[in-house]
Design a protein. Sequence first.
Length: 361
Amino acid sequence: MTKLRRMKKSTRTSFFTYGLVIVAFLIIQILRGTVGIGSLLEGQLIPICAYIVMAVSLNLVVGISGELSLGHAGFMSVGAFSGCAMANGLQNLVPSEPLRLVIAILFGALMAALAGFLIGIPVLRLNGDYLAIVTLAFGEIIKTILTNLYIGVDANGLQASFVNDTTDLAEGGIALIKGPMGVSNTSARISTFVAGFILVMVALIVVFNLVNSRAGRAIMATRDNRIAAESVGISVTKYKLMAFTVSAALAGAAGTLYGCSQITFSANKFDFNTSILILVFVVLGGLGNMWGSVIAATALTILPEALRQFSDYRMLVYAIVLILVMLATNSPAIRSFFLRIVRGGRNEDGPSRSAKKEAAK
């Protein structure tokens, strides 16, 4: 316990979050192997992992970098379409499904990172509402492009067309992206809950290491006071672009994980409502609070499905629950209770109670 109290606050928070995810994974795996968890939760496991990664990645932009992005679903769609297209295109060359999934996730993350980098260069020079509007427009532009994009592969190589399907694939060719019809996973769905758990852990490790590094401190300095950060030689655009690109890469990986778990999906799945849903995860979990994002993404992904029995009143109950959760998370008493748990019994600005008693003696 003494060693735990001597740990830095950031280290304790990181280990608490890792432990939270690992314990949840082990409990679910034990239940799946014994009594079962039900078809409802079983079908939500991979989407939950994908949304956790999305919430953590967006929290890096909104909570750590201090920028409001409303087009995060656009990066998810880039990863989903490019990653699933890669997975389907490699089904004859790479018969191993785990290896094909790894390649697809890396490719989806790379394509989303490239999109984030190209968009971030001009966009991150904006602030406030202007940045939110531009990222919103980016998400809609990506959705429109993917809705009208046709890509296939055959013996002649890669075939692509826009607006109208003119790919004319040879016999044995595979249509990777089919315009408004989206992507159909012609091979078996290759995403697994274990792969989702590993991706969640990788996302948390990447984000925590970035936040606790010198670059992370520079990112938070630009968030707290842009002028002061520039006055000491910190390149505001450089570090904000770094956070934006890493966030986009993680969103692309989450999109590939999600896409490879579906039989078919279209670009309409990744619309403005999805971006707002992910932002709700971040706000309810707490800005800059990664373990809060994990819990919020899990609870709010399961909740709409669990409320289906209420039929027409489902979304009304969902909205009421959101309001109650928001009130609870903004309660000083509840927030200080959880902070004491994470910080090993210490108050926010002082030593633990036992240390105070020793000092009084």
